[in-house]
Design a protein around this ligand. Sequence first.
Ligand code: 9MR
Length: 328
Amino acid sequence: MYSTSLLSLLAVPLTALAFPTTSLSTRQELESLHDKYVAAGKQYFGTIADEALLADEQNVGIIQQVFGQLTAENSMKWESIQPTLGGFNFAQPDVLVDFATANNMLIRGHTLIWHSQLPQYVSDITDAAELTEVIETHISEIMGRYVGKIFQWDVVNEIFNEDGSFRDSVFFNVLGEDFVRIAFEAAKAADPDAKLYINDFNLDSADNAKVQAMVTNVNKWVAEGVPIDGIGSQAHIAAGQGSAIPDAIKALAAADVAEVAITELDIADAPAEDYQQSVDACTQEPKCVGVTVWGVRDNDSWRPGTNPLLFDATGQPKEAYNTLVSNL
Ligand code: 9MR
């Protein structure tokens, strides 16, 4: 991923030693999807983690060999990171940031403004000025702590309904769509160099109303000066949907943004063809900077029983992984 000199190896911070290490003789040798994707001109191929997954020796071994970017699965969500007003809990996200930094991995921050996993004290706010201040403080505290360390942030997540209208949330209900401007401006002020994303699911077919709404609204906000850098397509899909992803990514990339990314890819039953088509969608789109899969091993997936990931419950690589390795 990065040029590795002896010097840089010696410079690995001591925090790296706090994580489980697997002796090279006992662990399986895996090819790096990240290295291959960088060689293909992209920025990263990544996955998710958090403290528990980073205490799992097998999982860590796979992450270190295969991936070059980490997204915090849950530890940066509002209910985890600011469970009470002004009571910030950085212990868990620090674990992820320290691990990724020690391992030369890029970090996506996920997610600042989301209707879900939101403490009641936020949902209870009815005053626009108060909510604005709470949003601005949330964003400046979190992004400020990790300034320069997190290269992309999901600033707003899942703000549209399937028909393209705005989702009901305390943010929309109290501030109207202005909450988007407020959030992005706060993010820009907190870390001017981070790439700021609007992220959503069901952006998996160019025909979806949500895709049209995303492009139309993002173009309008960008024209108004809202500092949006990228659109993230989560891509939690079913078998057979992979063939529609290239056109969907192209449609999103046609918006007035500098970049797009596939941010949470997982596919029920993990058909190799659908994985290949989904990754190809990013490979072929010049604005697409990278792909993140939403988990490493099937048993750690948020979609239990659907086996949607690249590694099985025992940590063995599946056909989809082998296919990507061969074709990237
Ligand atoms: O994978 C996450 C799971 O562990 C959590 O219980 C769930 C609720 O916070 O969120 C899952 O991740 C979601 C992501 O943050 C946003 N897009 C949908 C993902 C899957 O639900």
